[in-house]
Design a protein around this ligand. Structure first.
Ligand code: PGA
Length: 259
């Protein structure tokens, strides 16, 4: 099962997730990270930036989970721009070491296959950071996405466009389409760290961790992965049936155990 760690707040989760990333990069300097965007991973990126002198990130490589289709390349909400701002610049990375799916509408028919080839050529993703949408998406794999799906074009749900409207002038400005790693792509990463904060995520998080496996709840696919760590604050943990057990497990972790 997933290891579920209920933390006091997003900053604590950011600290734990950064520990995992820093330990990984110390052991394997050219590690390949999978990077989520949105509000959820920001505490992780802030903490990595604070601790950037603890480890040499210069050989680390990364792949974004997804990208909108059709935004101008210099649009501040393109995920290329977001990751430049939140990860590449603060950590002093070479921009070329962070790959983002190609969101140019004219190339979108082969953007998915091209991206899969790049991930494969890099040796696969060692550690994938994930958020979860209020509709249960991971990446932009909206409900009904196949668990075997690979990187491809998807259409965002009205719910996702409304959720992401806060980053744009209006909901109508949120792109309709995206290129996203598939659920099958995500499941190939060697370690998944899923983060969820706030009460708006409680229902989806509980369904993902404890509900039935179903394409209607794309994040439930994480139950099939052998190494998943879920960091969740109290609000997002509110609907978990087994919260007391997760706390018990954490309080009784063997000394030697790492995430
Ligand atoms: P959020 O999005 O972090 O902006 O809430 C999560 C997601 O859509 O994966």
């Amino acid at each position: 099962m997933s290891e579920v760690v209920i933390v006091a707040n997003a900053e604590v989760a950011g600290h734990y997730a950064s520990d995992c990333i820093i330990d990984l990069v110390k052991a394997k300097p050219d590690s390949v990270l999978g990077l989520a965007t949105g509000s959820t991973p920001q505490p992780v990126y802030r903490e990595l930036s604070r601790r950037q002198h603890d480890v040499d990130f210069s050989r680390m490589r990364a792949f974004a989970l997804d990208e909108y289709i059709g935004l101008p390349t210099d649009h501040p909400e393109s995920y290329r721009a977001v990751l430049n701002r939140e990860v590449v610049q603060p950590l002093g990375l070479n921009p070329g070491s962070v790959k983002v799916p190609n969101g140019r509408a004219s190339d979108s028919s082969h953007a998915g296959a091209d991206y899969e080839r790049e991930i494969h050529a890099a040796g696969g993703i060692d550690l994938q950071i994930l958020g979860i949408g209020t509709d249960g998406h991971i990446g932009f794999n909206e409900p009904s996405s196949s668990f075997a799906s690979l990187t491809r074009v998807k259409t965002l749900t009205p719910q996702t466009r409304a959720d992401n409207a806060r980053f744009f002038d209006s909901a109508d400005d949120v792109p309709m389409h995206c290129v996203t790693q598939g659920i099958g792509t995500i499941l190939r990463a060697r370690h998944l760290i899923l983060l969820a904060f706030g009460s708006a995520k409680a229902e989806a998080l509980a369904a993902a961790v404890e509900g039935p496996l179903t394409a209607s709840m794309p994040a439930s696919a994480i139950q099939m992965h052998p190494h998943v760590t879920v960091f969740v604050d109290e609000e997002a943990a509110a609907s978990l049936a087994n919260a007391d057990y997760y706390r018990w497990v954490f309080d009784n972790r063997p000394e030697w155990q790492t995430f």
